[in-house]
Write a protein that binds this ligand. Structure first.
Ligand SMILES: [Zn+2]
Length: 290
């Protein structure tokens, strides 16, 4: 069997039989990879602890006909601070879920992978109020569905943008307004994020603009992904205690076999200014951090 090497961030895992798991990775060279980690649920497995959602790894896999098989794994980053903080974990899981939705199997995604790892590093360092919104806006741009911020998507005028409607494709002027109303500061913040000012945006204190940017980015992402983002809404609805239980599965072993969902949890992400500009895959993507 052929083997290959790649980096990966574990997006989620699901139990397979008595001792194995199927692990879903985001990788730069191979896109989304689903691979079996054999024996990982045995206590003495050398893989155990290395393939939990959020972990950044170097790995070698055997190429399989349907599923690949994890052969070797080396942890690059475990993101301990994120795992120890429910609020950060919630942000991370939302990012992992969006990447899981967007990534394609066997389609290289260098820019998206760099963005994910960069975002995780930022999040490991601190919880910036603008982080999740910024990550989502940039991901939408990368996917070719970023918002137009130069003019009203309704009439094309360059007058002040005061509303946002993802179904209309973005921001709207006072005459065309429908959907969500938007503050001026929010439009300024999103422009900043998407035009080279990410680092400064991430340094902003919490404000109406950071909250609104995140809420609108979530709406836009949901619209384009055509589904509610589970992590995001679950986080808002359940208690801290329940959250802790859920976040540890990120393992899910406590759940009876017949109740194991088809997709387990996954945390991750941050746009790291320190990661530097990402070479645009295909040419259109803006630098991640500049
Ligand atoms: Zn208009």
């Amino acid at each position: 069997m052929a083997t290959y090497h790649d980096e990966g961030v574990v997006l989620r895992t699901i139990r397979l039989g008595e001792t194995d798991r199927i692990v879903t990775f985001a990788t730069p060279e191979h896109g989304k990879v689903r691979a079996v980690a054999k024996g990982i649920r045995k206590t003495k497995s050398r893989l155990s602890g290395r393939l939990e959602p959020l972990t950044h790894v170097n790995m070698m896999c055997w190429r399989g006909r349907e599923l690949d098989v994890v052969s070797q794994v080396e942890v690059v980053e475990h993101f301990k601070a994120i795992r120890g903080d429910l609020e950060r974990l919630h942000v991370a899981m939302t990012m992992l879920e969006v990447v899981d939705q967007v990534a394609l199997e066997r389609h290289a995604m260098k820019a998206m992978f760099q963005m994910l790892v960069g975002a995780l590093r930022t999040l490991e360092d601190r919880l910036s109020p603008a982080l999740l919104g910024s990550f989502l806006w940039k991901l939408l741009v990368l996917e070719g569905v970023g918002p137009s911020l130069d003019q009203c998507v309704g009439c094309g005028s360059d007058s002040e943008l005061v509303a946002f409607d993802p179904g209309e494709g973005g921001f709207l002027c006072r005459t065309c307004r429908r959907g969500q109303s938007v503050g001026t500061e929010t439009v300024i913040l999103i422009r900043q994020v998407l035009s080279g000012g990410l680092r400064a945006a991430l340094d902003q204190p919490p404000s109406r603009a950071t909250a609104e940017s995140e809420r609108l980015a979530m709406l836009a992402a949901e619209y384009h992904l055509d589904r509610r983002l589970r992590s995001a809404h679950r986080g808002a609805e359940i208690s801290t205690v329940a959250w802790q239980g859920w976040s540890t599965t990120i393992g899910l072993d406590a759940v009876p076999a017949d109740q194991v969902p088809d997709a387990e949890a996954a945390p991750s992400a941050g746009l790291t200014p320190g990661v530097g500009p990402v070479p645009a895959a295909g040419g259109g993507s803006p630098p991640l951090a500049s």
